[in-house]
Design a protein around this ligand. Structure first.
Ligand SMILES: [Zn+2]
Ligand SMILES: [Zn+2]
Length: 178
């Protein structure tokens, strides 16, 4: 039984596996209760984010996110075992955009946006393979001035805030003349 309020549970990225879905990558949280598959060969983009929220919510020097369409992912058990966190009001509910975790081991799985998902690649089992490293290679740094590590000569684009919506920076964080 489903009521209108629960409709999102039956839609991408949580709904049943679509016909013709071909798994290219396999993801699993730390405890193994949450598993998923990805059908797209390569993420639409791959980025490092240095913003304060990402660092705090990941307990990490920066966040690594790979962008996919919602239809590119299929969770083996739908929403079962997932926990949600809506940063805007600091509530544990599913309102977009929100963070998605394994509700048991608390491994961060993805950020669900209104149109896309920002998936965290470390959960992908093939991520350290040559194919994984190549496909998920990041292209840019977001919120670069908030970094706690240095990234010189990595050839990646660096942005003051979001990519293409803020100033472009050099490796030292100086604004690049346009
Ligand atoms: Zn888990
Ligand atoms: Zn961030």
């Amino acid at each position: 039984m489903s009521n209108r309020e629960d409709d999102w549970k039956n839609k991408p990225p949580f709904g049943p596996k679509p016909d013709g879905f071909k798994a290219q990558w396999h993801g699993k949280c730390h405890c193994g209760r949450v598993t998923y598959e990805l059908s797209r060969e390569k993420p639409l983009a791959s980025k490092y984010c240095h913003c304060g929220d990402c660092k705090k919510l990941h307990g990490a020097p920066f966040q690594w996110a790979a962008i996919f369409n919602k239809g590119d992912i299929n969770f083996a058990n739908g929403t079962e075992g997932l926990g949600f966190y809506h940063t805007a009001d600091k509530g544990r509910h599913h309102d977009l955009p929100c963070k998605v975790y394994c509700d048991f081991c608390r491994a961060p799985i993805m950020d669900e946006g209104r149109n896309m998902i920002l998936l965290f690649p470390p959960l992908i089992q093939e991520i350290s393979s040559e194919r994984g490293v190549e496909a998920f290679k990041p292209q840019c740094h977001l919120f670069y001035p908030q970094r706690v590590l240095q990234f010189k000569g990595d050839g990646m684009d660096k942005w003051e805030g979001l990519d293409k919506k803020s100033a472009s920076l050099d490796d030292d964080g100086n604004v690049v003349e346009k």
